[in-house]
Ligand binder design. Structure first.
Ligand code: ZN
Length: 143
């Protein structure tokens, strides 16, 4: 599959914030609170048990394409040593988690065999914003 496949528009993005042990979990919780107060995103459940392609406990942050330019640079500065997988959601989940992935911190193992190669547009979960930001993100303004 070519990397510039015009059939694969980016629908949304995910950031998966990984943690290992109680100390990192506490940092992940603090980061989650900071995200919630600054960005209009969908904060996903905590996954203490490994799920899908992930090889560490984590939670997911889903966000719209328009949020990327403010959120990802902010995350790069504020991830507090945590490893974060940032991936686009095209309709090719397996490639999104491997070839299309960006990593903040260390690149961790993922299990691409757990993911379908292609899904239909109807199978792609829309971002449902569940945060109510009350702080700005540095100089960036919230919409
Ligand atoms: Zn994801």
């Amino acid at each position: 599959m070519p990397m510039t496949d015009p059939e694969l528009p980016i629908v949304s993005w995910h950031a998966h914030v990984y943690f290992d042990g109680a100390e990192q979990r506490a940092r992940a919780a603090a980061l989650r609170e900071m995200i919630a107060r600054r960005f209009a995103v969908q904060l996903g459940r905590w996954h203490e048990v490994l799920v899908g392609p992930h090889t560490r406990p984590m939670y997911q942050v889903a966000f719209d394409v328009a949020v990327f330019a403010r959120f990802v640079p902010w995350l790069a500065l504020h991830r507090d040593g945590l490893d974060v997988l940032v991936h686009p959601n095209t309709l090719a989940p397996r490639a999104d988690h491997v070839q299309h992935a960006l990593w903040l911190g260390q690149r961790l193992a993922v299990k691409p065999e757990t993911l379908p190669e292609r899904i239909s547009a109807e199978q792609e979960d829309p971002v449902r914003v569940n945060t109510q930001p009350d702080l700005g993100a540095g100089q960036a303004q919230q919409p």
